[in-house]
Design a protein around this ligand. Structure first.
Ligand code: ADP
Ligand code: MG
Ligand code: MG
Length: 209
């Protein structure tokens, strides 16, 4: 397929929510190693509410679905990552016209802008061992995939996010709690980057069907 409508995006993010909820123990374990162990619970709280709201919701445009996800995460998650993951979903919408369907180009535009907004806000770049190590390459892969069907495109996006997540194992954290671990964090992947990977992998899985 080359485009996905608002109801499909709603269903896709119900699947993403379920995945994030189910991965709570895994994310907790990862954040326990190099953080303070609350990332899994935070994401679970956020996506339980996203799942609830999206299950009952009807949306005219894809933008509305993203707005709903982002503001729900901002509202219920709290903490640093509530702001970061909320921002990931809403900040790319600024200045974008309302669309009933999204193409690869729309996703590329949205996540490119949100990666830029998050960089401005959190000041983290590639190699700082954060979610940005997965998000920046994933957004880049979308731009490379403009001419591909969504199935193929999102598989490349998920692969790019996965490689970014793997790369965080080599990095020393510059932000968040993990920075106190310094070299001890080497060999362990970042929790936020893992969440970004899981989000894009589940989007790819849903699209491929
Ligand atoms: P907290 O750090 O408040 O305990 P979480 O554990 O939920 O919050 O989230 C931690 C994740 O947030 C990290 O794994 C990292 O990916 C991400 N993160 C932390 N600080 C930043 C930042 N300045 N910019 C981007 N991402 C960040
Ligand atoms: Mg934490
Ligand atoms: Mg914390």
């Amino acid at each position: 397929m080359t485009a996905i409508d608002s109801n499909e995006v709603r269903q896709m993010f119900c699947a993403v929510s379920r995945r994030m909820i189910d991965m709570e123990p895994y994310l907790t374990e990862i954040d326990n190693r190099v953080g303070d162990g609350d990332h899994g619970i935070g994401m679970k709280i956020g996506f339980l509410q996203v799942e609830k709201v999206l299950s009952a919701g009807r949306y005219d445009t894809v933008n509305q679905v993203f707005r709903e996800i982002g503001y729900t995460l901002l509202k219920v998650m709290g903490g640093a990552s509530g702001v970061l993951f909320g921002t990931m979903f809403v900040s790319g919408l600024v200045g974008m016209e309302e669309k009933k369907q999204f193409t690869m180009e729309d996703f590329a535009c949205l996540f490119q802008k949100s990666a830029e907004a998050l960089t401005r806000r959190g000041k983290a770049g590639i190699g700082d061992k954060t979610m940005m190590d997965a998000l920046i390459p994933a957004a880049g892969a979308m731009k490379e995939a403009l001419d591909l069907p969504l199935e193929e495109g999102f598989q490349k996006v998920a692969k790019a996010a996965e490689a970014g997540m793997e790369y965080t194992k080599e990095c020393v954290a510059a932000f968040g709690r993990a920075r106190y671990y310094k070299d001890k964090a080497k060999g362990f992947q970042d929790a936020g980057a893992t969440s970004v990977y899981l989000i894009f992998q589940t989007m790819a899985d849903w699209i491929v069907g």
